[in-house]
Design a protein around this ligand. Sequence first.
Ligand code: GLU
Length: 339
Amino acid sequence: MEVDSRDVEQRAYTGLLPEWSEVESLVEAAHRRYEADASGVVADYIPVLAQANPDWFAVSVVETNGEAHCAGDADVEFSIQSISKAFVYALVCEAYGHDVVADRIGVNNTGLPFNSVIAIELNDGHPMNPMVNAGAIATTALIPGLTPDEQWEHIASGLSAFAGRPLQVDETVYRSEAETNHRNRAIARLLESYGRIALDPLEVVDVYTRQCSLRVTAKDLAVMGATLADGGVNPVTGERVVSAGVCRDTLAILAANGAYERSGEWLFEIGLPGKSGVAGGLITVAPGKAGIGTFSPPLDVAGNSVRGQRATAYLSRVLGLNIFASHAHTLAARGRGQA
Ligand code: GLU
């Protein structure tokens, strides 16, 4: 994974964020630190994504008390892409519950790329992982609604409630992907052949393509992440979007599967649930504390934003966010004069 572990002091995990002004200056520092880093390649398999400015870079943190910190291009809109999978999954969990969704969709990393067809064949048609395309398309098929329009309405209003504002489809991105998404259509047909999709597979792919085309900013992602960090209540609007149990399930899925086939490296370096998308967005959740949204189009080979990963790794260390770090250990070490 292309994170940067340059000599950054690791703050002890405390369960609390530092005070507002310190978070603010660390968000600005995260942006400054990686602004000039031009590594990675902008996605072009969806033709219009290739037009993104590789210099765009935004970092945003929204705390569970609703306070926001932003640096860089935090108002630039981009398509949410795969990050939508996390929130559609949460909406489906809210509708069906823990056991049904775990059984029908699965929770395990396939270890294969996000658009893998082989992964479906290897697992007897079970989609396995809701954060890759097969599992995400199967998840979208479960969204409540009698027609594709009703399902779309459920998704658009649900994701807007997570963001705290009405999200709109980027029609150019939608058309560009709809004209070229032959592989996703093949995946949906294959799932149908295994009896995993009961609806018209092409209509399901169309709804999935629309959900991926919703426009967000890095700040929107931070609010959406803060809602998952806040037990399902949007800390800016005060609206309950999903239950606390659904947040817990969704974050477990993100920890295991959020960074494509590099999810293990992500968790090892950053220690937080997260999800990236091919337009360059990245969302990370520090449970009980904050959501982090970043945006920068150049990606690593697995499809994760390079600047986004580096800035998030930095923030995880300096804000003390790693969920595997032990506060008790730090106190004990301090007692022995070692901290
Ligand atoms: N809409 C994209 C696709 O299905 C999402 C991919 C991603 O962000 O990983 O190919």
